[in-house]
Ligand binder design. Structure first.
Ligand code: F0G
Length: 464
């Protein structure tokens, strides 16, 4: 075992520890979530974050090429030999004045962190490579997850690349977009479709993993979140190691939000940055548990002494009403975010806020992001829709510097995109209208023309 890294309960008042090779991922004493923790006196991190830049010249070394592992001194829990990299984290933080204009921000102040560039097309690869490395250190041969589609695509691709791990994925019935389902099937994952939604699938996969001793890679796995910290390192690197004023991130299971918070808290504690950005977590209005609890019921981390009974009674209310999450942003169609306490912790240290945005706002923002040159899936666009809202409220100033995280690629969910731009009212209604989207405000409709040269030329003259 690695003596400088271990697992520790997130509640400071508990603080129970577990060894690095424990795969239960819940506190043995109080049952809460665990962190991966490090003894930084034994493993000195770099004295200056700029030291990571030097690694850009070592592109022929796979671990330095990886946008995740080149930062591994900031999450030293694994031996290099156990790492499988497929080039994850080679992503871009792009300035977008087009999106700045749409959201009411000043030019030069909005950056889009485009995680759709990952090998499986979503940010999940950042975390999956880390969890996968841990799975190999403990000798796992099978790994499982419940998923709204991206975690499963990511697990499937790593398992396929390793040839030595079997992927078992649980998905809700009819709840996964075709792009994502296609990936799981094509990469050879055992795909278990259960009659239920994501929240049901996550509960089941935990039971099954425990019973069968299968390694679990959902974001309750703290090793996954270690890899996701690197998304923030890359944002800062792109901004010349300056901390932005705001990070905006879609909130589903709150794994990203938790990882981002941990990244900043650690860097602050190590004296590597002087301030944290503020974090805005954006829920879809049809899956807004975190918004309801944080903004409406004032639930706070409170140094670890958060009111667990408030969470329990909210969840009980969902049960009684048989309430189901419902949003076009299927990736974040989640009512029971498993990382809720870690999300609260991130918001406390980073001075955060939570907002909810409608499917109309999400789809319009998505169309604008695409018109500005980056393609993302609906859940990702929640970050930009949230920026527009927070700017309109005056919470974010036009001159603040912000980074919105575009978590998944446009091609993950072509159905939503085609329905938005479709000229066929039925297609629009079936996919979007039934979810309360009234108008495709930024639709780019295909032009119908007869198969006739003059008519085609006429149409082009009219429209372009
Ligand atoms: N955006 C995308 C594209 C996602 O796939 C997810 C989560 C999120 C945002 C939310 O991130 O859970 O860290 O708050 N997708 C999971 C999955 C649940 O199974 O693929 P989070």
């Amino acid at each position: 075992m690695n003596s400088h890294a271990f697992q520790r309960c997130i509640l400071p008042q508990c603080g129970s520890v577990a060894s690095l090779d424990d795969t239960k991922f819940f506190c043995p004493k109080c049952g809460n979530l665990m962190d991966v923790a490090y003894d930084w006196d034994k493993v000195r991190p770099p004295a200056d974050l700029r030291e990571f830049e030097a690694k850009w010249t070592r592109r022929n070394e796979p671990l330095e090429f990886s946008g995740v592992w080149r930062f591994r001194e900031l999450f030293p829990f694994v031996k290099d030999a156990d790492i499988l990299t497929i080039g994850e984290g080679q992503t871009l933080c792009q300035r977008s004045d087009y999106v700045a204009k749409y959201t009411g921000m000043n030019p030069g102040q909005v950056y889009l962190q485009y995680e759709g560039m990952n090998p499986s097309g979503s940010f999940k690869d950042n975390g999956m490579t880390a969890a996968f490395a841990h799975a190999r250190t403990v000798g796992a041969r099978r790994a499982a997850c419940a998923s709204t589609g991206n975690t499963s695509a990511s697990l499937a691709i790593y398992c396929a690349a390793s040839e030595a791990m079997r992927a078992i994925i649980f998905i809700g019935s009819g709840k996964i977009s075709y792009g994502k389902l296609a990936q799981a099937l094509d990469h050879g994952a055992l795909t278990v479709q259960i009659a239920g939604d994501f929240d049901d699938a996550l509960a089941r996969v935990q039971q099954v993993s425990k019973k069968l001793g299968i390694y679990l890679v959902n974001s309750i796995n703290p090793f996954r979140l270690e890899g996701q910290k690197t998304i923030m390192y890359r944002v800062m690197e792109a901004l010349n190691w300056e901390v932005p004023d705001w990070i905006l991130v879609p909130g589903g299971n709150l794994g990203n939000s938790s990882a981002f918070g941990k990244a900043f808290i650690e860097l602050m504690d190590m004296g590597l940055i002087k301030s944290c950005p503020r974090i805005a977590i954006i829920n879809a209005a049809g899956a807004d548990t975190f918004y309801q609890l944080y903004e409406r019921q004032n639930l706070r981390w409170n140094g670890g002494r958060y009111e667990e009974s408030l969470v329990a009674s909210y969840m009980h209310g969902l049960d009684v009403a048989n309430a189901r999450a419902d949003t076009i942003a299927s990736a974040i169609e989640i009512n029971r975010p498993v990382n809720l306490p870690k999300g609260l912790r991130a918001l406390e240290r980073c001075g955060g806020v939570v907002r909810e945005v409608t499917d109309q706002e999400i789809m319009d923002a998505k169309a604008k992001i695409a018109a500005g040159g980056l393609g993302c899936e609906p859940a990702s666009a929640a970050s930009v829709a949230g920026l527009k809202k927070l700017r309109a409220e005056g919470v974010i100033a036009a001159g603040d510097r912000v980074a919105c995280i575009l978590t998944g690629h446009q091609l993950k969910d072509p159905t939503a995109t085609v329905a938005y731009h479709s000229a066929d009212p039925k297609t629009f209604e079936d996919v979007l209208g039934k979810r309360g989207v009234r108008r495709a405000n930024y639709a780019n409709r295909a032009v119908q023309v007869p198969n006739d040269l003059d008519e085609i030329i006429k149409a082009i003259d009219v429209y372009a």
